[in-house]
Design a protein. Structure first.
Length: 277
């Protein structure tokens, strides 16, 4: 398994992003810190960027020996993306918009992209089954397009305080299997799982080969080791299912990004060493 860290290529102090930078010089310094802390790659939060800017970012990542576990386009929700909307024109716009982001992400392939909030909410009075059927239609189109570009799409279960569909890993497994979404995967985030999945290790074992990416913040959304999650059964479950992807510290830095990065990497290294079969 590889270690990843959440970074943004735009200036921000909001959300579970450890480092951010707004230009090439800042990106270079940021990636140097990520590498020095001992990470193998990044989860890359992006805003609206040109093809030329993506080439600069890719070259800097390569220079520091870093991969991209996942690219997250934060601009999509503001563009009205909603994959389960009852309005067919909204769904078509949403799929077309995300396909353009997939084309941009292809420079980092192979990597993952998430389907989180942009799947759309369950509207008042709407049947859950109808909502999820429309979502499945969108996901089927998107995953086929993404696969051609070396990108895997991962549906993220999100806790009940922030979403109202696909709240936990078992529900998301059933959704993928029911609709035969052969090229869809799951992004499991321990922050959300700690709220929704009573047995996180069992949920990961259930996901098995559907698990495409892991976010591993601690219970307080700080870096691994800075809360009260017991990571050992989680790592044992990941080894049992043959997961070989990223353990990405998508964590809140709480005012000290360097400490968040270094302590998170140290904790993950220790856990990975302890759970080697």
């Amino acid at each position: 398994m590889k270690k990843g860290l959440s970074v943004a290529v735009y200036a921000t102090d909001f959300g579970p992003i450890v480092y951010s930078g707004a230009n090439a010089a800042q990106w270079d310094a940021m990636f140097a810190k990520v590498k020095k802390a001992g990470y193998d790659g990044v989860d890359l939060f992006t805003d609206v960027k040109s093809a030329e800017e993506f080439h600069v970012i890719k070259n800097l990542l390569d220079a520091h020996g870093l991969g991209v576990g996942m690219m997250i386009s934060i601009c999509l929700k503001d563009q009205g993306v909603n994959f389960s909307s009852a309005d067919g024109s909204v769904r078509r716009h949403s799929v077309e918009t995300y396909c353009r982001e997939i084309e941009k992400a292809a420079i980092f392939a192979p990597c993952n992209m998430p389907i989180g909030f942009i799947r759309g909410p369950l509207a008042d009075g709407e049947r859950l089954e109808d909502n999820l059927d429309r979502l499945a239609e969108s996901v089927r189109t998107l995953t086929a397009f993404a696969k051609c570009h070396g990108i895997r799409l991962c549906i993220e279960p999100i806790n009940r305080y922030e979403a109202n569909t696909l709240l936990n890993v078992p529900d998301t497994v059933r959704f993928i299997q029911k609709h035969g979404l052969q090229d869809a995967f799951i992004l499991a985030d321990l922050f959300h799982m700690n709220i929704e999945d009573a047995d996180m290790a069992a949920a990961l074992r259930l996901a098995g080969p559907l698990l495409g990416h892991m976010h591993v913040p601690d219970s307080n959304r700080a870096a691994p080791g800075m809360g009260h999650i017991d990571y050992r059964p989680i790592l044992e479950a990941l080894r049992a299912i043959g997961y070989g992807g990223y353990l990405s510290s998508e964590a809140m830095p709480f005012g000290d990004s360097d400490r968040c990065a270094v302590e998170g990497a140290r904790t993950l290294d220790s856990l990975l060493a302890e759970t080697v079969c």
